[in-house]
Design a protein around this ligand. Structure first.
Ligand SMILES: Cc1ncc(COP(=O)(O)O)c(C=O)c1O
Length: 425
């Protein structure tokens, strides 16, 4: 690379990623092949439209690579259709809302502080301005069980056109059959925002909402799925020509979604990212990836146990998936931002996070959120989780001792250097 300034920044970021432990549960390390596809000449191409139906010439290779990504995505999740053009998770969700709902319609999503994502109706988002969001949440913070009775009663009263199952900070598995019952009762379309756990679903380590009657899955491709930064929308129904208008029926959801992604809210697809998605979906279909997902879960459970042993109060007292939410205010009388900051100093990266019905504000919340997808990719095993929890505890206990933090930081760096990045190969 000739641009020295950018080259230096890339090298510095690679060093940071190599010498630290990435505990943010929505991050991962992609393979060399995914990186190569992202950095390929597909970035030069305009391809508005869909395979076989484009508004520009020269699509002989783009059509093939997008079709490959679509076919692999459908096979991985058992969907009738896949739109692989969504640039990211937020626009993917937006596309579904507009494909199925009209402004003023009601959409039901998880209470944000209980784990729901910003795009599920946080005030200030464009979707919250256009749609009427109603909520469901957890019944009991100790178990994390969703209050399905309350959910049904709100759904009966407000008649949502769309019900969203999905989360950014919920450490348990959802009961998709219950969602389907409620959806049926009020005649709502069911969308699962599986951004966090799509990899676990693809790797058969978590349930697939499409097996329970869900109509749509939206997901990012860069979290547990370990692909490029991007998203896709899977749906059930009949696929017809996305360039022609169709009636708003459940059967037509695939076409309605394609039409809303393009030309509804996006222009040309990012073909280099789509090529990288195809690579990642190919990788996710392998036995190795299934084994990786099992290791994510084992590491996550063990890390949760080791943290609890050291006095971290965990929301729902454990985890069923890749992520862990800890109430550090109750545990150590620190806010999540303070813990995030001290752990950054020793090379452990995670994020501050609200806990259910958090009395503290989002910039100084009571919790931290962490997870195991990235460190599992890196090669850490269950027994390493005791060491990770110990470093976290030591850093929190010695947060005002700069010398001790330096020592810990050196230990973390030495440890990390034993584990190559997947893109080294
Ligand atoms: C559940 C969920 N949906 C949507 C998104 C938004 O994805 P993006 O940041 O790619 O727009 C996220 C991102 O964290 C998420 O966790």
């Amino acid at each position: 690379m000739k641009d020295d300034k950018v080259k230096k920044l890339i090298a510095a970021e690679e060093k940071r990623q190599r010498e630290g432990l990435e505990l943010i549960p929505s991050e991962n390390y992609v393979s060399r092949d995914v990186l190569d596809a992202m950095g390929s000449v597909f970035t030069n191409k305009y391809s508005e439209g869909f395979p076989g139906k484009r508004y520009y010439g020269g699509q002989i290779n783009t059509d093939k690579v997008e079709q490959l990504a679509i076919d692999r995505a459908k096979a991985l999740f058992g969907a009738d259709h896949a739109n692989v053009q969504s640039h990211s998770g937020a626009p993917a969700n937006e596309a579904v809302y507009h494909a199925w709902c009209e402004p003023g319609d009601t959409i039901m999503g998880m209470e944000l502080s209980h784990g729901g994502h910003l795009t599920h109706g946080r005030p200030g988002t464009i979707s919250a301005k256009l749609f009427n969001f109603v909520r469901y949440g957890i019944k009991d913070i100790e178990t994390g069980e969703i209050d399905y009775d309350a959910m049904l009663s709100v759904a009966k009263k407000t008649k949502p056109k769309l019900i969203i199952a999905g989360f950014s900070s919920y450490p348990r598995e959802l009961d998709y059959a219950k969602f389907a019952e409620i959806g049926k009762e009020v005649n709502a379309v069911l969308m699962a925002d599986m951004a966090h756990i799509a990899g676990l679903i693809a790797g058969k380590a978590a349930k697939n909402p499409l097996d329970y009657g869900f109509h749509i899955i939206t997901t990012t491709t860069h979290k547990t799925l370990r692909g490029p930064r991007g998203a896709m929308i899977l749906s059930m129904g009949q696929v017809s020509n996305p360039l022609k208008p169709v009636d708003k029926t459940v059967q037509n959801l695939p076409t309605l979604i394609d039409r809303m992604v393009f030309p509804g809210i996006q222009g040309g697809p990012h073909m280099h990212t789509i090529a990288a998605k195809a690579v990642a979906f190919g990788e996710a279909a392998t036995p190795d990836f299934q084994e990786y997902c099992q290791r994510i879960l084992k590491n996550s459970k063990r890390l949760a146990d080791e943290l609890m042993k050291r006095g971290f109060k965990l929301i729902t007292n454990g985890t069923d998936n890749h992520l862990i939410l800890a109430d550090v205010k109750t545990s150590f009388d620190l806010d999540g931002g303070e813990v995030e900051e001290v752990l950054d100093k020793i090379g452990l990266t995670l994020n501050k996070n609200v806990i259910p019905d958090d009395p503290l504000p989002p910039f100084k919340p009571s919790g931290i959120r962490l997870g195991t997808p990235a460190i599992t990719t890196r090669g850490l095993k269950e027994d390493d989780m005791a060491q990770v929890a110990e470093w976290m505890h030591q850093a929190v206990k010695n947060r005002n001792d700069a010398k001790k933090l330096d020592l810990l930081s050196n230990e973390v760096r030495e440890f990390c250097l034993q584990f190559p990045l997947p893109s080294d190969n």
